[in-house]
Structures are given as structure tokens and as C-alpha cells.
Design a protein. Structure first.
Length: 157
């Protein structure tokens, strides 16, 4: 009887670990999908801004985001996610996040819909080429652990 109970316990323990990992992988996938949507919306807004007012983004020396009202907001003000995120290339802090550059859990600002995760948006113009835009979307991983980031690059020809 003890052997049967220990075998059942081992099987159930393994199933719990497996389902927990599967649940975490699903949540991570959902978060990354939402982050990509936010980044793509920023690139569409950059593309639209360049079409409507080509000079609007010229000379930007700080990070920025473009809100739902298509206003270009310098990304300074509120705090970044804790611990401070760094630029993946230089490993230095890349600035703070304006509240208008946050897609928050309530779906305010320019969120594609209500989310359970706050996404922090930081756009920059490449120092090498002024026709290249880099969009960073960062978020605090649900369940703890390292913060996450997705980066998209848009080159205007």
C-alpha cells in the first residue's frame, strides 16, 4: 500500500510541476504577444507621424512615446520598472517613463485593451542613423523573476 501511495504521489507531483510550467509558458506567451502589439502600435504611430508631419521627430535627443492622441511625449517623469531596466546593447539605464508612455493594467492611455500587466514604452532614434527608430516595450513579469523586454526596429527608406 505504501509503495502504491508513493508511486501515485510521485506521478501527481510530476503532473503538478508540468502543468505549472505550462501555465507559466502560456502567461509569458500572452505577455509577449501584448508587448508586440504595443510595439507595433508605436511603430504605426511613428510611421503616421512621419507622414503627417515629417519634421515632428527630427532632433529628438530623448526617448519618447506617441499617445493615442498622436501627441509625441518625451519619456521622462515617472519611474521605470523595478529593478531599473537597461538598454540591452549598452547595459546602461535608458531613462524614465512618463505616465503617458505606460499601457497600464486598467487599459488606460493607448492600450489595445485592458491588460493585467503594465507595459512601459520607450522609443528612440538611432544614434547611427536618424531614419532608424527603436521601440522598447518592457514589463514586469507576472509571478516575479527578471523583467521582460521586446524591441522592434523600424527603418525609413
Amino acid at each position: 500500500m505504501l509503495i502504491a501511495i508513493s508511486i501515485v504521489g510521485a506521478v501527481l507531483g510530476g503532473e503538478f510541476v508540468s502543468s505549472n510550467r505550462s501555465l507559466n509558458a502560456t502567461q509569458n506567451s500572452k505577455e509577449r504577444d501584448l508587448a508586440l502589439r504595443v510595439a507595433e502600435s508605436q511603430l504605426e504611430r511613428i510611421r503616421g507621424s512621419r507622414t503627417v508631419n515629417p519634421a515632428a521627430l527630427n532632433g529628438k535627443t530623448t526617448g519618447f512615446c506617441i499617445t493615442n492622441s498622436t501627441a509625441i511625449v518625451d519619456n521622462v517623469g515617472s519611474s521605470p520598472p523595478t529593478p531599473v531596466q537597461t538598454d540591452s546593447l549598452s547595459a546602461t539605464p535608458v531613462g524614465q517613463y512618463d505616465p503617458q508612455c505606460v499601457v497600464d493594467a486598467g487599459g488606460t492611455q493607448y492600450a489595445p485593451g485592458a491588460t493585467s500587466t503594465a507595459f512601459y514604452v520607450y522609443n528612440e532614434i538611432s544614434a547611427i542613423d536618424v531614419n532608424t527608430y527603436i521601440t522598447h516595450v518592457r514589463w514586469l513579469k507576472v509571478g516575479g523573476g527578471d523583467n521582460q523586454e521586446t524591441t522592434l526596429i523600424y527603418r525609413v527608406y
